[in-house]
Design a protein around this ligand. Structure first.
Ligand code: SF4
Length: 405
């Protein structure tokens, strides 16, 4: 891959039709949770070196002409950094990017790494949304997941976030944990709702290849829940949260109102442009997706040499874009906008997928089609299989252009 040594311009899409997002990946954790395959390391010695590299990366990307309405500091564990380091990140980002005045600025925190002071500092840095990785309110489950915090610490961090002045609060929970019952999962949801968060993400536990949990599963160290029971938990989640005023807008995400939907996550699902900074972060600027080194050392080395730390990129073909529009659209309760699909691909959605749509209609997996094609909860449970049915109908004849390592 050719790399320029000086400042590098990030080409923006021909015309920006929707505001862009910035994602900053903080690659440190105190310890690895047993289910996690995100890139992070537990050696914290390189925190300041990372910050210097990140600032350099922001400067190298700073010619972008895009306008941004969201900035998300995720990871890893952003709250492992000193408050001053978070301040440095934000103070560098503002002059480098055109961040709109009412932008959503989010930080993810791990309850085991925050104090009230830290939370107050975040708020004073113009961070206006906080996302807390609670995962469970039950200590035995937290232990199974390898989390560093207790349920008590989780509660203290939620109360602390409110005290610090966060009015936009999101909580992450995990269901499908071995041994979980409908009763114990609903008690977690009930506890979460008592804090009146503006946003709730309920993720199904998945066994990612090579994680300690997946290895233990292969060894037979525990019995996973059955697929049908997990489906039951999923449907119970939707009806429990709907009854309490939380509207599902994506397969795993619920919000109190439309304005509380995560702007950042929606970038990924709506093909909006986004720039990812930090090791392993991905960027998408239509039709190009690229990703940074999944290695802090290589990331720092490239930036020290004045290069962007890009590990690879791909130009999405029309066919790939269509697959993504379908997969990402069907994840959302709003579904796929038929007029946008036709405008983008020059072919009518209903015309192209008539057979699949009638199959799904017969089985009660999709909502009646008017302006959008959207799955019902029973259909969302089969998202991957349903997406494959659509994919099989897409005319073949395109290939991926892979550049880089
Ligand atoms: S704290 Fe988050 S990023 Fe770190 S290991 Fe756990 S789940 Fe992964």
């Amino acid at each position: 891959m050719s790399r320029k040594k000086n400042k590098i311009k990030i080409d923006s899409p021909p015309a920006q039709t929707q505001p862009a997002g910035i994602y900053i990946h903080i690659p440190f954790c105190i310890q690895k949770c047993s289910y996690c395959d995100f890139y992070s390391i537990t050696n914290l010695r390189f925190k300041q070196e990372f910050i210097e590299a990140l600032k350099q990366e922001m400067h190298l990307c700073s010619e972008s002409s895009l306008q941004f309405d969201s900035l998300y500091i995720g990871g890893g564990t952003p709250s492992i950094l000193e408050s001053e380091q978070i301040r440095e990140i934000i103070e560098t980002a503002y002059p480098c990017f055109q961040i709109m005045p009412a932008a959503e600025i989010t930080i993810e925190i791990n309850p085991g790494t925050v104090s009230l002071d830290k939370l107050k500092h975040y708020r004073s840095f113009n961070i206006n949304r906080i996302n807390i990785g609670i995962q469970s309110f039950q200590d035995a489950q937290l232990k199974f997941l390898g989390r560093i915090h207790s349920s008590k610490q989780a509660e203290i961090s939620i109360n602390g976030a409110r005290k610090a002045g966060f009015e936009n609060l999101g909580l992450d929970l995990i269901y499908g944990i071995p041994g979980q019952t409908v009763k114990s999962w609903l008690s977690d949801l009930k506890r979460a709702v008592e804090f009146e968060p503006e946003h709730l993400s309920c993720y199904m536990l998945t066994y990612e290849s090579g994680t300690p949990m997946e290895i233990d599963l292969q060894k037979g160290c525990f019995t996973p829940l059955s697929e049908s029971f997990i489906a039951e938990l999923y449907l119970a989640t939707i009806s429990f949260l709907n009854a309490r005023g939380y509207i599902q807008y994506e397969i795993s995400n619920f919000a109190k109102s439309k304005s509380n939907r995560s702007r950042h996550n929606r970038k990924y699902w709506s093909f909006a442009p986004y720039i990812g900074l930090g090791p392993s972060a991905h960027s998408y600027l239509e039709p190009c997706r690229r990703w940074n080194h999944r290695c802090l050392k290589s990331y720092i080395k490239d930036l020290a040499a004045g290069c962007l730390p890009i590990a690879g990129q791909e130009i999405l073909t029309q066919q790939q874009q269509m697959i993504e529009v379908i997969y990402l659209g069907l994840r959302q309760t709003d579904g796929i906008a038929l007029d946008e699909f036709e405008k983008k691909f020059g072919v009518g959605f209903e015309q192209l997928f008539a057979d699949v749509l009638s199959f799904l209609k017969e089985r009660g997996f999709i909502r009646p089609i008017q302006t959008h094609c959207a799955l019902l909860p029973e259909g969302m449970l089969l998202l991957d299989s349903i997406t494959s049915m659509f994919v099989e109908q897409i005319p073949y004849g395109f290939s991926v252009t892979l550049i880089g390592s």
